[in-house]
Design a binder for this molecule. Structure first.
Ligand code: NAG
Ligand code: NAG
Ligand code: NAG
Ligand code: NAG
Ligand code: NAG
Ligand code: NAG
Ligand code: NAG
Length: 674
């Protein structure tokens, strides 16, 4: 029998289990699985959008907190979206092939991010996965497997482009994010990689969410498929796997996990799954969605990243607790270490929480990570199993056997997350070494704590001076697009549908909407509502009385017929089809406008004539209280008084259908513009 002691200390009451429980750590008699690393996911989609245009100083600091070894999160894997021109959660990422005749490796920011990660850690592993696909990939709509060879070639070109243009080696490829896999396609992808001398690119399948381990059954039945699939990756597995998945003897990954607000709740969730994905599910890698919350507040899943950097105009950012929770594992392990066996260094603590331990193959370095997150505080989006709850402190005796028996001292790193606003967190604190006597050490472990006990001496809590103070998005805001390299996405314009990039012509740079046909959508609801519109937001979701002005030209070749300016735009993401606000659609060739209260143009307020020139015209939308005013080349053509469906939101621009359209000299201002 164990008893509970209740000691009143000041006003608080501390409950702890008096009796120490002994846990054996032994490497003899076999090891557990090989450790494959902890990662972060940029994309799925556009989650790093605002990071690229941070001031250089802060941008380098942020990248250090994410990737630099022995500094911050020290991530071991970077997973990125292979852009597909389709909305993939917080925006659209550009495809390297908008069309079958087009190939371009300068678009977006994932290339840049991978280069920066590799600069800091040459050993970081890179993993690419598509969400949507450009329309030409799906001859019959919404299926990338109609022509498996064409899709495999498209993906392999992305891998080759990474090498050719950036000297980046892609280590892992996935199939189709959270969508059905197709055996023929997986085998075709393997063959196409091999045929292109890319045998070292490993395939992870199938990044499924609802029924993550289902592919294991096919792998067990089909030896060709088994040969093509290197790793089984499931999303949000809730720390558990399936018997079939274990039977495959493949390495199992939680290839996307977390998705939790990055305050203490997120840090606690992350601590639990990093340990328990192995303890309960034998998973040897866990990847956080997302890497960094660099997308506007007001878009879905705000701050569901390991840290936050969504203010490039101020340079403000926050290194949130999940960064340091990651460090508890990553700074004291490497890919290729081995977990000890369950019961001999891996398991649940008697009074709640869990522990894992990892060792190098040469047995020279050894690390133990203990977490005691309470369920009440640290809930994840898909809660891990709850066989043990933590409600009290407990005394843990560590007994070392086998080659770790000779260890005499551990370095100690400690975190305690406080869920009381009056009590500060203790974050990744280096403590006095823990002495090991006669191969035994004893530790008192409280609630909501993470402990790393390790022989590794290079741990370090990296730091920089505090970043600049937060600021509102600066107005007026002007962009003539002259400052960008061709093909880049402009700063702060967060594309939600379609793909916009800088084009140069006759010594002028401007912004072009590039997508010609409906992509193969990732969002289920967008597929149902084939909007056919492009849609790009900018600014602040709380704006009311603002105006947007821009020069526009329709392309005579493959052009769209109409463009729009939007204000008080209430949302983006997968619900873009349902977006409300004030939308001033103009049709320059046909000389009319439509004022609508929604992006779909189903809530029309008014229509009327306009008078446009050939080529470039200037359009403007001004909002003032209940007034909405539209201008063409400086002339007021529309004035309406109506309460709008949304009272505040982003500014926006876009096209009425897919097709080329050009935008230049964007100007955002507080209304009225005098
Ligand atoms: C996979 O794709 C191929 C080629 O399009 C098709 O013939 C096959 O039916 C698909 N398999 C499944 C299970 O959908
Ligand atoms: C490309 O990267 C490899 C490491 O992956 C490095 O050894 C090589 O020097 C690099 N090549 C160039 C041209 O930078
Ligand atoms: C653990 O706590 C959760 C929520 O607090 C509760 O639902 C669950 O039943 C508890 N489990 C055990 C084994 O006590
Ligand atoms: C963290 O944020 C979430 C979502 O806003 C909230 O539900 C939770 O209570 C917060 N946790 C703490 C510890 O503040
Ligand atoms: C969008 O375009 C597709 C073909 O690309 C067409 O089938 C669909 O009807 C269009 N939807 C709308 C709302 O115009
Ligand atoms: C327009 O589309 C056609 C195919 O429909 C293509 O051959 C041509 O290159 C496109 N031109 C531009 C400028 O996109
Ligand atoms: C917008 O303008 C109206 C009318 O003048 C005013 O009542 C409201 O406070 C303004 N909103 C903001 C955020 O300035």
């Amino acid at each position: 029998m164990r008893w509970l002691l209740v000691l009143p200390i000041l006003n608080a009451v501390t409950v702890y289990y008096s009796e120490a429980v002994t846990y054996v750590f032994r490497d003899t008699g076999g090891l557990g699985r090989k450790f494959d690393g902890i990662g972060g996911l940029s994309g799925g989609g556009a989650t790093s959008k605002l990071l690229a245009n941070y001031p250089e100083e802060q941008r380098n600091q942020i990248l250090d907190f994410l990737f630099k070894p022995n500094f911050g999160a020290s991530l071991q894997i970077l997973k990125v979206e292979i852009g597909g021109d389709a909305q993939s959660t917080d925006g659209t990422e550009a495809s390297h092939m908008h069309n079958s005749w087009d190939e371009n490796y300068q678009r977006g920011y994932e290339w840049w991010l991978m280069v920066e990660a590799k600069k800091r850690n040459p050993d970081i592993k890179l993993y690419g996965l598509p969400w949507g696909f450009p329309g030409w990939i799906a001859a019959a709509p919404q299926d990338p497997y109609v022509d498996p060879q064409q899709t495999a070639t498209y993906i392999v070109k992305w891998v080759q482009g990474a090498k050719m243009h950036y000297n980046l080696t892609i280590d892992f490829l996935g199939i189709w994010n959270e969508k059905p896999y197709n055996d023929t396609y997986i085998k075709t992808l393997r063959k196409t990689l091999d045929a292109n001398n890319l045998r070292n690119v490993r395939i992870i399948a199938a990044d499924d969410n609802e029924n993550g381990w289902a592919i294991a059954e096919d792998v067990l039945k089909d030896s060709d498929l088994a040969a093509a699939v290197d790793y089984i990756g499931a999303h949000y597995p809730g720390t558990v796997t399936s018997l079939k998945a274990l039977e495959t003897e493949k390495q199992l990954w939680s290839s996307e996990d977390y998705s939790t607000f990055n305050n203490e709740t997120g840090g606690g969730c992350w601590a639990r799954i990093l340990n328990q994905n192995y303890v309960n599910g034998g998973m040897t890698s866990t990847i956080s969605w997302n890497l960094i919350a660099s997308y506007y507040e007001g878009l879905p899943w705000y701050r569901a990243g390991l840290m936050t950097a969504a203010e490039p105009w101020s340079g403000n950012y926050a290194v949130d607790s999940p960064i340091w929770v990651t460090a508890h594992t990553t700074q004291f392990t490497d890919i290729g270490w081995y977990y000890l066996r369950h019961g001999y260094g891996v398991g649940h603590l008697e009074h709640g929480g869990s522990y894992v331990s990892l060792i190098t193959l040469d047995k020279k370095e050894f690390t133990i990570v203990i977490e005691t997150m309470s369920h009440d505080h640290s809930e994840c989006v898909r809660p891990p199993l709850q066989p043990y709850n933590v409600s009290a402190s407990q005394t843990v005796t560590i007994q070392l056997e086998g080659s770790v028996e000779a260890i005499t001292e551990f370095e100690v790193w400690y975190t305690k997350l406080s869920f009381d606003p009056e009590v500060k967190d203790v974050i990744f604190q280096k403590r006095q070494p823990l002495k090991v006597t006669n191969s035994q050490a004893t530790l008192s472990v409280g609630v909501d704590e993470v402990w790393t006990l390790t022989t590794v001496k290079t741990g370090n809590k990296g730091s920089y001076p505090p970043p600049p103070k937060p600021k509102a998005f600066p107005l007026p805001y002007h962009d003539d697009f002259e400052g960008y390299e061709v093909s880049m996405e402009p700063h702060n314009l967060a594309q939600q549908l379609g793909s916009f990039e800088v084009v140069a012509e006759d010594n002028n740079k401007f912004l072009r909407q590039m997508v010609l046909t409906q992509p193969l959508m990732w969002c289920r609801n967008s597929a149902e509502h084939m909007l056919n519109k492009s849609f790009n937001i900018i600014g602040d979701y709380s704006w009311e009385n603002v105006s947007i002005r821009v020069d526009v030209r329709l392309s005579p070749v493959n052009g769209t017929k109409g463009v729009f300016l939007g204000a008080r735009v209430n949302q983006g993401g997968c619900v873009s089809y349902d977006t409300t606000g004030v939308f001033f659609f103009v049709f320059p060739d046909d000389n009319f406008y439509i004022l609508s209260q929604d992006l779909m143009r189903s809530q029309v307020v008014s229509t009327g004539p306009i008078n446009c020139r050939k080529g470039w015209n200037t359009f403007e939308l001004r909002l003032w209280s209940t007034g909405m005013f539209g201008f063409v080349n400086g002339q007021e053509v529309m004035a309406a008084r109506a309460p709008s469906l949304s009272s505040s939101g982003f500014l926006a621009l876009g096209t009425d259908t897919y097709g080329l359209a050009d935008f230049d000299n964007l100007l955002l201002k507080k209304s009225p513009i005098l």
